[in-house]
Design a protein around this ligand. Structure first.
Ligand SMILES: *Cc1c(COP(=O)(O)O)cnc(C)c1O
Length: 374
């Protein structure tokens, strides 16, 4: 292998356990976007004993988990388009809903007497109602949510299993807007009359940032993603999270360049003296951010060494020191630890002006995920 990611499943398990212990509530493990680049199927399997539910963003992601044999409830975090509803019912996925059209469509599918409906153990489709309390990207507006919930009760085949909202600023130091959203959410919940003989819906609002730092957001369950993968969403660190991923690439080429010679496209790095350089077999075609050109560092031979010139699609050149004993075939670490040196996802995200979420989800298909057993 030229480049690969080592995923520490035990660390993911331990992070989930730490979050569950910290909140003491139900755990909806968010494994969307291929478990933030870690691999949705292996991550879901290792979390199966501790998670009460899983959450993904799309029906396709849910189907992948069902086909891998995941039996626990799977929440689809975004309301489906009406023409995409059937596949959700067929695989017993639990959609978020935020509009009447999709609610009616789901009800029709379940009531239709089709083979799909007969597959449902209860004959009913479970849904979670998404309430927009101020994030303004999805959900039924909080001022209309009570009415919507009442109207849903006329759809006999739907079971309101959950009611949730999503916070826009839980990771910021100033939590006042998050508290405003939580007050709006609580007022919606207070207005929901009890369903006679029905189950009390599961209520949830907390992403990682809120699960870690806003106890008032915990409700019946929390919905963390990023923190499962060992990354703190904000400066608050009330629990110990372990890093879960190491990204490695191997040295494919080494040479010595003369003073004045340049490196890579545009020759933007010019050697001031005779310099040993190494080509790592990884590039932006693997999701390694091109913006690290001339500014990023990797760990090689147990020490940090700078990237020289522009990253290419398949190769990244680094500058070695004369004392470095590095050979073709050696491993370099792009993210993670080697010896005493470490490069964090936070550091890379900060260097290229983005967030850890984007770094993780951009790690490409060419990068094999290797799992350390639990
Ligand atoms: C992605 C997502 C989460 C998880 O957020 P993190 O910040 O990764 O913990 C929770 N809820 C919803 C609705 C999401 O879209």
């Amino acid at each position: 292998m030229r480049t690969w990611v080592e995923v520490n499943l035990k660390a993911i398990q331990s992070n989930a356990a730490a979050i569950k212990a910290h909140t003491g509530r139900g755990l909806i493990s968010v494994v969307k976007a291929d478990a933030y680049g870690h691999g949705a199927v292996p991550v879901t399997k290792v979390l199966h004993p501790i998670a009460d539910m899983f959450a993904v963003a799309t029906g396709t992601e849910g189907v992948e988990l069902r086909q891998a044999g995941v039996r626990k409830p799977i929440l689809i975090l975004f309301s489906p388009l009406p023409d995409c509803a059937e596949v959700l019912v067929a695989h017993e996925l639990t959609p978020a809903i935020d509009n009447w059209h999709v609610a009616k469509r789901l009800n029709e599918i379940a009531a239709g007497g089709s083979s799909l409906a007969q597959q449902l153990a209860t004959g009913r489709v479970k849904v979670h109602v998404d309430v927009n309390t101020g994030m303004n990207r999805s959900g039924v507006r909080y001022t209309e949510a009570g009415q919507f919930l009442n109207r849903l009760k006329t759809l006999q085949q739907l079971e309101i299993e959950g009611i949730f909202t999503h916070l826009a600023t839980a990771d910021e130091a100033d939590k006042s807007y998050a508290y405003l959203q939580l007050r709006r959410f609580s007022s919606v919940l207070a207005s929901v009359p009890n369903v006679p003989g029905g189950n009390v819906p599961i209520t949830h609002a907390a992403n990682s940032a809120a699960a870690l730092a806003i106890p008032e957001s915990h409700f019946g369950a929390v919905r963390p993603g990023l923190s499962l993968y060992g990354i703190y969403p904000s400066v608050e660190k009330p629990i110990q999270l372990q890093p879960t991923l190491t990204w490695k690439a191997r040295v494919g080429w080494i040479d010595c360049i003369a003073p004045g010679e340049g490196v890579s496209y545009g020759l933007t790095y010019k050697a001031s003296h005779q310099t040993r350089v190494a080509g790592l077999q990884v590039g932006y075609g693997d999701g390694y951010p091109r913006a690290l050109s001339g500014t990023g560092e990797v760990v090689i031979g147990g020490a940090r060494r700078p990237i020289a010139g522009r990253l290419c699609m398949d190769v990244t050149v680094v500058r070695l020191e004369p004392s470095d004993t590095v050979a073709v075939g050696d491993e370099a670490v792009l993210i993670g630890k080697q010896g005493d040196a470490e490069i964090s996802i936070d550091e890379i995200a900060h260097r290229v002006g983005t967030i850890p979420y984007e770094i993780l989800t951009q790690i490409g298909k060419r990068v094999k995920r290797v799992y350390t057993p639990t």
